[in-house]
Design a protein around this ligand. Structure first.
Ligand code: SF4
Ligand code: SF4
Length: 163
């Protein structure tokens, strides 16, 4: 070992320790995912959300305009009727084909669908990427405070499971 390396060795070690201590004093940026999720920008296009009116009635009337506007054809809508109202009996999006372009929310005349802040889309089987209506429908409590006016008819829509 050269004499120069022997003499400079302690200096190198001191510099390395200094770098370590410098990083120890910096704020921690690691997020404990999935318990905590990173905040996303307000216009983030994540997994779709189907919205409700303040009384819990689903805004979607099953008009299929979103499906027509979708450039990759990954939306399937089947409408049904309750007395005095129309709603989407079946609403599915193939998230593997979706390109998250936002055309569906642009096309919707009732603001029934938006691209939400959810980015945790990984899963272990292709079948799990077919998002059904119950996956996307916002919880009943989330519609409180919505000032949009629903139709007068009482809803006979099925109660969705929690997402
Ligand atoms: S974001 Fe674009 S590709 Fe995805 S469902 Fe909506 S219209 Fe279709
Ligand atoms: S989400 Fe909007 S555009 Fe699509 S079927 Fe429902 S009401 Fe029509």
């Amino acid at each position: 070992m050269a004499l120069r390396e022997v003499l400079l060795g302690p200096i190198y070690i001191a510099r390395a320790l200094l770098t370590t201590f410098k990083h120890n004093t910096r704020p921690i940026v690691t997020i404990e995912y999935p318990e905590r999720q990173k905040a996303v920008p307000p216009r983030e296009r994540g997994k779709h959300i189907l919205h409700r009116y303040a009384d819990g009635l689903e805004k979607c009337v099953g008009c299929e305009l979103c499906a027509i506007a979708c450039p990759v054809g990954c939306i399937v809508v089947e409408a049904a009727e309750n007395p005095g109202e129309r709603y989407a009996k079946r609403y599915e999006i193939n998230l593997l084909r979706c390109i998250y372009c936002g055309m569906c929310e642009e096309a919707c005349p009732y603001d029934a669908i938006t691209m939400g802040p959810r980015y945790d889309l990984a899963d272990d089987h292709p079948d799990k990427f077919i998002a059904v209506k119950e996956d996307m429908l916002e919880p009943l409590s989330a519609s409180v405070g919505d000032t949009a006016v629903p139709s007068g008819a009482p809803s006979a829509q099925p109660v969705p499971r929690k997402w």
